[in-house]
Design a binder for this molecule. Structure first.
Ligand SMILES: [Zn+2]
Length: 136
């Protein structure tokens, strides 16, 4: 991926300015959707009204996955998060600094979640490409 694509004004090229895009380290590129996205957890989220960064979170104890929806409307799953770590998380008002510390100190990995916003964005993108090809 050439550096110039970061600054591209071509609407068919995904950059940091593309709505709902994120940096995928595995693709080494800005993407809206890719094979590295994970499906959202099918469990209810609890709101974290005091947290500046995080809107809500959900915990999958069986898979040791913590799903976080950020206030900037993206979502990510972190793992492995043990039940004890989750209790520590829920005892905090500011979850993000704790999580950030764990990412630095422990081997916690995270994956971007395929949110509804992303699905809509990639559908619209595909739709526009079809329209352009048909010359409508
Ligand atoms: Zn990817």
């Amino acid at each position: 991926m050439a550096v110039s694509t970061f600054m591209s004004d071509d609407p068919n090229v995904v950059t940091h300015r593309t709505p709902t895009s994120h940096w995928c380290a595995a693709c080494w590129s800005w993407v809206v959707d890719c094979i590295h996205l994970v499906q959202p957890l099918r469990i209810p989220h609890g709101l974290t009204p005091g947290d500046f960064f995080i809107r809500s979170l959900a915990y999958d104890a069986a898979g040791e996955r913590l799903e976080i929806r950020f206030r900037w409307k993206s979502a990510a799953q972190f793992r492995p998060i043990t039940a004890a770590m989750f209790r520590q998380i829920t005892a905090q008002t500011n979850v993000y600094p704790v999580l950030n510390k764990w990412i630095k100190e422990r081997s916690i990995t995270w994956s971007e979640v395929r949110t509804e916003r992303k699905i809509v964005a990639s559908m619209l993108c595909g739709f526009r490409l079809v329209v352009e090809r048909l010359g409508i």
